[in-house]
Design a protein around this ligand. Sequence first.
Ligand SMILES: [Zn+2]
Length: 281
Amino acid sequence: MNDKINDIVIAYCDSCKNDSNHRIVANHEKRYSIGDSPRCGIDFAEGTFQTLECLGCEDVHFRMYWFTSEDWPDEVVKFTRYPEKQDNFKNKMQPKRFSNLPRHLRLIYEETIQAYNHKSTVLAAAGIRALVEAVCVDRGVTDGLVKRKKNDGTEETTRKNNLEGKIEGMKEKAVITVSHAAAFHQCRFLGNEAVHELERPYPEELKLALEIIENTLESVFEVPEKISEVDHLKNHRLTKKLPNKVLHPTDHSGAATPPRCSGADGAARNSSIPRAPFWMI
Ligand SMILES: [Zn+2]
């Protein structure tokens, strides 16, 4: 290539979101021929490596281009750029912030959102299934009663320890509602089809499944904590109004002290102390 440092070229800018003028701030070219390396199985390969700066927003990116003896001389120059051009996937999801979600669950949840945003649909479906299973494990549910239709048309109920059984177990123990259990089964099917049958789900299916998961995580992990906060505040208000009636046992000053309540992980904490941000939990 004939490009030189300080030449102005047109390239796509991810910040400006259009093709714009860029200045070449670094340019390096390398040529390999058949005698240079035993790995070079073709006549020659010429590599061009450039660092570009956008003349609009001053963002910098890198690009490279290979021309080999196997290419047609009039072939359109196609650069590979780093970082990759961001596509404008309009259904991208932002991970929700859950204050009380256990760390291992949060990691699976965030990785699943990431897989979905990168359109890795099979991985995202597998992540959704893994999340459902992880919720069951976290709640200590290992099995549940599953109904099966027999060949003679009658129904039998057996206790199963597979994911289907665990979801039913969550319903039995009232960890989740009947409708959440039905939604969890849909997520299970989605994951099974992707993992066992390599069936690629539509992004729209995944988005709905992820929204269902978010809704369930909210009700299983966040709502109980919010209820306990409401109780705590109510008790605090009542004890403040009636300081001589109910006092915290450790308080000897005569002033009402907010009672202690438990976090989602079971550790006692005083909620008058500011809660640690969710990423530190
Ligand atoms: Zn720019």
